[in-house]
Design a protein around this ligand. Structure first.
Ligand SMILES: *[C@@H]1O[C@H](CO)[C@@H](O)[C@H](O)[C@H]1NC(C)=O
Ligand SMILES: *[C@@H]1O[C@H](CO)[C@@H](O)[C@H](O)[C@H]1NC(C)=O
Ligand SMILES: *[C@@H]1O[C@H](CO)[C@@H](O)[C@H](O)[C@H]1NC(C)=O
Ligand SMILES: *[C@@H]1O[C@H](CO)[C@@H](O)[C@H](O)[C@H]1NC(C)=O
Length: 352
């Protein structure tokens, strides 16, 4: 009986001792993990020595390290070493008439799509790399802006770059305006469907007339009627005998109502020496044998000058410029006596 009486407090004591050791031993709570790691936590607490198996969050893939963490005595988990990297998506293709911009191509990266000027984006302008390694949206397309048909002004016609049918044109498509003769085109000859969906400004076709063509000195208008002329009409000039045409023979009535620059008739020259010999037309001639003594505008003649110290001559050329032929400064006319001896050559012709 006494044993039974003393056994109960002992059991209570033992029970007391046991429960105090349990509460003083530290347990682990829910582990704190980096965002890309996950774990299935089933219990409220874990005893020291218990393990948990880690895995990568959706969109991340394992790149080495241990999948396990262990609850250690002080109630903390061992540091996780599992490495998880964002899953890559395929390198996106560039799009026609537009651009795909992106910094990275891994889980949660974005592509931003834009179309070039004159193109409209159809589809979505962005796409995100999903957890499964696929892009969330398919690339958009860039469709050209469309314009209607260009305005054709009265008295004009348009030649398109390419044949087309229908009543719609696309960005960049163009053509060339022409005004029907005799009208002149003012403005842009080229036109195209612009990025704003309109054609560029058409030109204007206007009637242009030039005053009756002017006469020229020492020349004449050939086959021309003295009257007003229309745009692009031409008249032709000629020169009197021995006069040389300087400039284009034909002039044209221009857009500004003025004629293009008319030519001039340049006068002939005569060689202004009484005695001497010259080289003209590939021949050496005494001046009195130059018949007629007349050079046409722009023709050349060579005189012979004398180097008195050396007793020899040297050639000096001169050109007829619109009625003026300069005798070289070095040229000296021989005396009447010397000249009329008519030696085979003059001293000035013995070339140095
Ligand atoms: C991608 O776009 C989404 C939605 O606009 C945004 O929340 C996210 O931060 C972007 N991602 C990056 C990496 O910039
Ligand atoms: C993309 O489209 C959205 C609406 O669909 C718009 O708010 C946003 O500005 C666009 N982004 C770009 C870069 O054009
Ligand atoms: C183009 O032609 C179609 C039919 O051929 C017509 O329905 C449409 O309105 C026209 N568009 C323009 C801009 O004239
Ligand atoms: C459209 O753009 C073209 C070329 O830049 C310009 O010539 C035209 O005036 C514009 N039209 C409109 C309606 O803005």
């Amino acid at each position: 009986m006494s044993l039974r009486l003393t056994a109960l407090p002992l059991l209570l004591l033992l029970h007391f001792l046991h429960s105090t050791t349990v509460t003083s031993k530290k347990v682990c709570g829910r582990p704190v993990l980096p965002a890309q790691l996950k774990v299935d936590v089933l219990q409220r607490v874990y005893e020291p020595g218990e393990q948990l198996v880690l895995s990568c969050e959706q969109g991340y893939i394992s790149a080495g390290g241990s999948r396990k963490i262990v609850c250690i005595d002080q109630g903390v988990w061992t540091a996780p070493t599992l490495k998880c990297l964002p899953r890559p998506c395929p390198v996106p293709d560039q799009i026609l008439n537009g651009r795909a911009d992106f910094d990275d191509i891994v889980f949660l990266s974005n592509i931003s799509y834009t179309c070039n000027e004159g193109y409209i984006l159809t589809g979505t302008n962005s796409s995100t790399c999903l957890h499964n390694g696929q892009w969330g949206a398919s690339p958009p397309t860039c469709k050209p802006v469309t314009c209607g048909l260009p305005k054709i002004p009265q008295f004009a016609k348009m030649t398109y770059d390419k044949k087309f049918t229908g009543n719609e044109t696309e960005f960049g498509f163009g053509g060339k305006y022409e005004c029907l003769p005799p009208l002149a085109l003012f403005g842009n000859e080229r036109a195209f469907c612009a990025a704003n969906g309109s054609w560029t400004e058409p030109p204007k076709c206007k009637f242009v007339s030039c005053p009756p063509p002017e006469k020229i000195d020492n020349g004449f208008l050939t086959l021309a009627v003295i009257r007003e002329h229309g745009y692009k009409e031409r008249v032709k000039y000629g020169c009197n005998v021995d006069y040389v045409l300087d400039g284009p023979a034909e002039i044209e009535c221009e857009k500004n109502g003025q004629w293009s620059r008319k030519p001039a008739c340049r006068a002939p020259c005569s060689i202004g020496i009484k005695r001497g010999r010259v080289f003209y037309n590939n021949k050496k001639l005494w001046i009195e044998d130059v018949k007629p003594n007349r050079l046409l505008h722009a023709e050349m003649v060579v005189f012979y000058c004398q180097d008195k110290q050396k007793g020899c001559g040297y050639p000096e050329a001169s050109q007829c410029i619109d009625g003026t032929l300069e005798t070289p400064k070095c040229f000296e006319e021989p005396t009447w006596n010397m000249y009329n001896l008519k030696a085979k050559s003059l001293p000035s012709e013995n070339l140095c």
